[in-house]
Ligand binder design. Structure first.
Ligand code: UD1
Length: 354
């Protein structure tokens, strides 16, 4: 069986790692296409090195641009790649512009499409990611869902027949890397010792709204602990544009961390404050309380289990972050760390059934 994975943004490299290893272990041919959506060394290359992912077979070199320009450039480049490799499966990941571009290319050329991390919903139609995931699920021949909540969303949209629960592949990576980093305290900026808060902010709904971004950054800067802010290029660019100081008060702004350093930094942190999807889940897996700077989340299990709280009122950010510790839990809503194996088996089964 020949699987062709399309990835382009940082969280997709993390999800690709266990799939690449599971596909190789099962003896399948695996072609990796990197769209180039994320291109900085710290946003891309280090993930391939640290997570031992084979070098992409194809790099589309698309880079940044408006949604239309970025997605359109990927679509235009993809036709020839799919025709050349003629895969048994095109596998797309998550909810980025690389996901929707890969999905559209595959279905228009009649290559079977599978969507990993299917069925996640924020029900916020102002998010570009929500459209990317809904449209991709409906285009896909196979929806690979990470959780039973995701399966329920797929069922509610009439997609049960094409859906399989495989577990969450980010959990595979996170648990494995957590084991290898152990209790190692990460290298942190000068002035950060003892308790600290780890933060990432990058979503368009936060970075592209000046009032909201100012409130978030001021809230973080006023926390009574050092805040290690690992800054996504979009945050740096928007903050500079609005004249918002990313080094004010408690803030210690650093460049994006590689994956093992990020896992170590989450484990050692007193709390996480983020608008990332993946990081909310990683904080839960590593049992660090998380505060999410959004009005909703796709990973509702983290909220239900008490390890994640939505900061709906930014004026109360400090109080929310500094809340009492949640009750310990053994719950494992994201699977047992073997989702990639289950994914490859689901692909094999659906391929044989065709
Ligand atoms: C994208 C995804 C989002 C995902 C995130 C992970 C979409 C619609 N959004 O958002 O779902 O959570 O990736 O990070 O696809 N840039 C650089 N260097 C890089 C990458 C980006 O400088 O390596 C800059 C570019 O100027 C770009 C901006 O960051 O304009 C935003 O990048 P973009 O790919 O548009 O989306 P993300 O915000 O990263």
């Amino acid at each position: 069986m020949k699987i062709l994975s399309i990835v382009g943004a940082r969280p997709q490299f993390v999800k690709l790692a266990p799939i690449a290893h599971a596909a190789a272990a099962a003896g399948h041919e695996h072609v990796i296409v990197h769209t180039g959506q994320h291109y900085d060394v710290k946003m891309s290359d280090v993930f391939f090195e640290d997570l031992d992912i084979p070098t992409p077979n194809v790099h589309l070199g698309v880079g940044s641009g408006s949604h239309g320009v970025q997605t359109g450039a990927m679509l235009a480049a993809m036709d020839a790649v799919l025709e050349e490799h003629a895969p048994d499966w095109v596998l797309v990941y998550g909810d980025t512009n690389s996901t929707i571009a890969g999905a559209l290319s595959a279905v228009k050329l009649h290559f079977p499409l599978a969507h990993l991390e299917a069925g996640l919903r924020s029900f916020n139609r102002a998010m570009p990611e929500e459209h990317n995931r809904v449209l991709t699920d409906h285009a896909a021949d196979l929806c690979l869902a990470p959780t039973s909540v995701a399966m329920e969303h797929l069922a509610a949209e009439g997609l049960s027949a094409s859906s399989v629960l495989v577990g969450d592949v980010m959990t595979d990576v996170c648990l494995k890397v957590s084991e290898s980093v152990g209790d190692r305290r990460p290298a942190l900026p000068d002035g950060v010792d003892g308790d600290y808060v780890l933060s990432t902010i990058h979503r368009a709904e936060n970075t592209d709204d000046e009032t909201r971004l100012r409130a978030i950054i001021e809230g973080l800067a006023a926390l009574p602990y050092p805040v290690v802010l690992t800054a996504h290029p979009r945050l740096v660019a928007r903050a500079a544009h609005y004249g918002i100081d990313l080094r004010a008060g408690s803030l210690h702004t650093i460049e994006p961390l590689d994956y093992p350093a990020m896992v170590a930094a989450v484990k050692a942190a007193r709390a996480v404050v983020t608008d990332s999807g993946g990081l909310q889940k990683e904080a839960f897996l590593l049992r660090t309380p998380c505060t999410t700077v959004r009005t909703e989340t796709e990973w509702t299990e983290t909220i239900d289990l008490g390890w994640n709280v939505l900061a709906l009122d930014l004026d109360r950010l400090a109080e929310i972050v500094d809340r009492p510790a949640p009750a310990p839990t053994d719950a494992a809503p994201y699977g047992d760390g073997r989702a990639a194996e289950a994914t490859v088996q689901a692909l094999e089964k659906a391929h044989l059934a065709r």
